[in-house]
Ligand binder design. Structure first.
Ligand SMILES: Cc1ncc(COP(=O)(O)O)c(C=O)c1O
Length: 350
């Protein structure tokens, strides 16, 4: 058969989205369960009336609003079709074929895929015994081919987070010509003061890029919108390569409406955090080595029994996200949903 696509992509695992099974409880995709924030649906409906026109390609009003909220210059912001699209654009602006991208593993499953889109070489540094980033090993993995290092904080799927002193030391060790991408998709769920806010604490470093999303705490996963904050030249490069008009009119309008609901977003995030702590304590009765989580999910490091646990949860009507041979990620949902999962967990545990 004639090969019409790149042979090197054959070995690449496809992104496995959390499954949605009609009637089942979905705790598989790290979504927040409360529905859109107030005002969002109305803003989308209003934007819908104008969808025969292209959206504002410069995303000017939204970038200005984000800039004000986060205290940075709008020139330093780029938006995209989910933060994952921006991560992909970062690979494209920084990497030529054969360049290296260093990240912890296991981490966000999109990283190997997006690295491959620029034919970059993925350098995976195994998570430490606590299921978190091994930052000294990541620093040691940097070579003169490395263009990007990704710090996923908190880490998906393990929920672990790197601490301030460790990240300080790491950032000082990374050469100035290597981009450090701090992926903070779950920042709004962080409650431990020892976990640095990448934007506030490191955002001004020229080689640091902070990725944020409106998919999780802000409740806009279905509209696909994320943003990054970077040095002006890096943000400009991203705005050049990102697919034109890929921050849709509905996404821009919805993001503006959501950002006005700061307090409600924080209230909802606090509910999730309270549930996270409750579920964590309950889960450890069955699986004692569940690590602390700073995100809206928890990680069950059950190794070979991962698909078995996910199957048992599914039999009880709960869809979770297994990573075969490694563990299971369970998103925090409504209290009764979490209870249904916990019951399945207890029934499963011998
Ligand atoms: C660590 C991390 N980064 C980025 C994303 C992508 O978010 P989105 O593309 O929806 O903004 C996710 C989503 O699961 C994630 O877990």
């Amino acid at each position: 058969m004639t090969l019409l696509t790149r042979a090197d992509l054959d070995a690449l695992p496809a992104y496995v989205a959390g499954r949605a099974v009609p009637g089942a409880i979905k705790l598989a995709s790290n979504e927040v369960p409360y529905g859109p924030l107030p005002g969002v649906v109305e803003a989308i409906a209003e934007a819908a009336a104008g969808v025969h026109r292209y959206p504002d390609m410069g995303v000017v009003v939204l970038r200005e609003t984000l800039a004000e909220r986060y205290g940075v210059d709008p020139e330093r912001i780029a938006t995209g079709c989910g933060s994952v699209a921006l991560a992909e654009s970062l690979m494209r602006v920084a990497c030529l074929p054969g360049d290296e991208v260093v990240y912890s593993w296991r981490s966000f499953e999109a990283y190997p895929i997006i690295a491959a889109t620029s034919a970059a070489t993925s350098v995976r540094v195994p998570n430490n015994a606590e299921h978190g980033h091994d930052l000294p090993a990541m620093a040691a993995a940097i070579t003169d081919k490395t263009r990007i290092v990704i710090v996923c904080n908190p880490n998906n799927p393990t929920g672990t987070a790197v601490r301030r002193a460790d990240l300080d030391t790491f950032l000082d060790a990374v050469p100035a010509n290597v981009l450090v991408v701090i992926d903070e998709a779950y920042r709004e769920f962080v409650t431990d003061d020892g976990i640095p806010d990448g934007l506030v604490e490191y955002g001004d470093r020229p080689n640091v890029v902070v990725l944020r999303t409106l998919s999780k705490a802000w409740g806009l996963a279905g509209l696909r919108i994320g943003f990054l904050v970077a040095a002006p030249d890096v943000a400009l490069a991203i705005r050049k390569v990102v697919t034109p008009f890929s921050t849709s009119a509905a996404a821009q309008a919805a993001a503006l409406a959501a950002l006005q609901q700061d307090e409600e977003m924080a209230r909802r995030a606090a509910l999730i955090v309270a549930e996270r702590e409750r579920v964590l304590v309950a889960a450890r009765k069955a699986v004692p080595d569940v690590p602390e989580s700073q995100a809206n999910f928890i990680w069950f490091p059950v190794g070979d029994r991962a698909t078995d646990l996910a199957g048992a949860a599914e039999d009880a009507g709960v869809i979770v996200r297994p990573f075969a041979g490694d563990g299971v990620r369970v998103t925090i949902g409504m209290p009764e949903e979490n209870d249904t999962f916990l019951k399945a967990l207890y029934d499963w545990t011998p």
